[in-house]
Design a protein around this ligand. Sequence first.
Ligand code: FAD
Ligand code: SF4
Length: 583
Amino acid sequence: MLQVSPRRKVYDVCIIGSGAGGGTAAKVLTEGGLSAVMLEAGPRLNPVKDFKEHVWPFQLPHRGVGEGGRLRGFLSEFMAPNGYWEVPGEPYTTAPGSSFAWFRSRIEGGRTNHWGRIALRFGPADFKPHSTDGVGDDWPITYEELAPYYDKVESYIGVFGSKENVPNAPDGVFLPPPKPRCTETLVKKACDRLNITCIPSRLAILTKSLNDRGACHYCGQCGRGCMSASNFSSSQVMIPPAASTGRFTMITGAMAREIVLGSDGKAEAVSYIDKATNSEQRVYARAVIVAASSCESARLLLNSRSSTFSAGLANSSGVVGRYLTDSVGSRLVGQFPQLEKVPPHNHDGVGGMHMYMPWWLFGKKNDFLRGYHIEMGGGRDMPGVGQFTRVCEEHEGYGVRLKQACRRDYGTHIGFSGRGEMIPNEDSFCEIDPSVKDQWGIPVLRFHWKWGENDLKMSDHMQATFRSIIETAGGTVVNFQPRTPPAASSGATAEQGRQQPQSGGRISTGGEIIHELGTVRMGDNPKKSAVNRWCQAHDVKNVFVADAAPFVSNPDKNPTLTIMALSWRTSEYLLDQVKKGGI
Ligand SMILES: Cc1cc2nc3c(=O)[nH]c(=O)nc-3n(C[C@H](O)[C@H](O)[C@H](O)COP(=O)(O)OP(=O)(O)OC[C@H]3O[C@@H](n4cnc5c(N)ncnc54)[C@H](O)[C@@H]3O)c2cc1C
Ligand code: SF4
């Protein structure tokens, strides 16, 4: 008997990944009238159940770190869930002689549930590195072209900061910044003496209510999530407006494995693993937005091979996976005896720094190219699990004397972290590992990594600067590598900083700063780039990339605000193309 198959549903767009890039695209495209299906490898997020920012260690068995303390840091029951340095069943490999750390999240909202919320605009010179100093490549777009989208993102998500006119660190649409705390005032005074610019930080946290989200109540626990959605996560800020249009469908537990081409040479579907049943499924769409995070997006394109594109989709230039960079990272911790005597006081604030140091030597002659900014952390925020492990190691005994030592030590350290621009090099890239596959049989990435001479010189400069700030502020450099460094890395809270791979030396491990990007670079020349100035694949016009993979360089500003601004711009372009019948 003739079988009549039901007509398959074709969405206007399929978005892969629900993080910063995917969430922004979902909001803009659905509000613009398109129907969208989102494939997200992780589960839905339930803030009330999953976020534990107000739970105390003593309220959980083993104080939340599992038997024997196995679950410290990101894995502890206190942190925002499903963020890992090692994802179970989803390995990656590194080439001989290379080290690379890859932090991934598998949950609605991706790493925007975990990030430090540092939200800095790139500056005009950041888009034109080659024109500025003759090294690397210029972006095909200018700061002026992206500025209106920075305005839209900041106005919608809420970023606090202050107007400062710092060269190449543009001001934005800011909410008022919180006041500096005791430790930040101490550092600011030292910076003033050293002529290092130290200004209110710029974080995506609400100091005033905005768009039905309540203002921050200064519990200082952002890395553990925020039930009141006072800080930015895609899951709480971008996905809800998309869902409320009625044109949005999210399929969770859906690991995209390949973009499938139709007979017209355009993408027509995405095949994915339904993790609940381990079966392969397909969704059909007129356009595909890849936003699985830079390296996952490169992996997906490289794994989407066909007779037309044997080296992977959108890869006729051969650049997919190339130009991988992370921020140059280095850190140093100081101990400040004067803080031992500070009477108990209210140290409340947001879960991140209230002050930071933008690159203060822009335009000056230095012995390395480009620059870095400095993040800081420390003081008397809520003690986390394991905070006093080192004190306990240093002071024999127990009881009153040990408690006194802990009290004396508590809040007296300040950590400094540099985040600098790495210049892309030929030895740093990712590719498909020829033999290793993940639990569903999808080939995994193999990373190659090498810091360049410029990166190493920059990290030496960071170390010298941190030391001079610490000593000018009356502290001493802490020479041990504390197991519980108070310095936050990449804006992560001190608690998060603990669980990062510890390079402990001159420069971070590649990937450690969690600003890995550049693997599907944009450009006007299809022979040298994978996507055009709209982040649209040169080879397949209905495929777009909306995360940090298209970035041409990795300036000293953390990337996520720029991911959202670019994704917003790409989405508006797609809406316009659909209207004109171009897609
Ligand atoms: C602790 C920490 C601190 C950070 N601090 C800062 C900071 O202060 N400022 C800053 O700018 N940046 C910071 N970052 C980086 C920031 O989180 C990322 O730049 C940003 O989240 C990247 O957004 P994305 O959309 O590219 O990817 P992600 O946010 O990683 O989201 C990708 C999503 O895609 C899903 N996915 C992956 N592969 C597939 C697949 N094949 N199929 C379906 N779904 C898939 C994942 O499950 C995930 O949900 C920090 C990150 C961490 C972890
Ligand atoms: S510090 Fe503010 S934004 Fe962060 S978790 Fe607490 S209330 Fe939320």
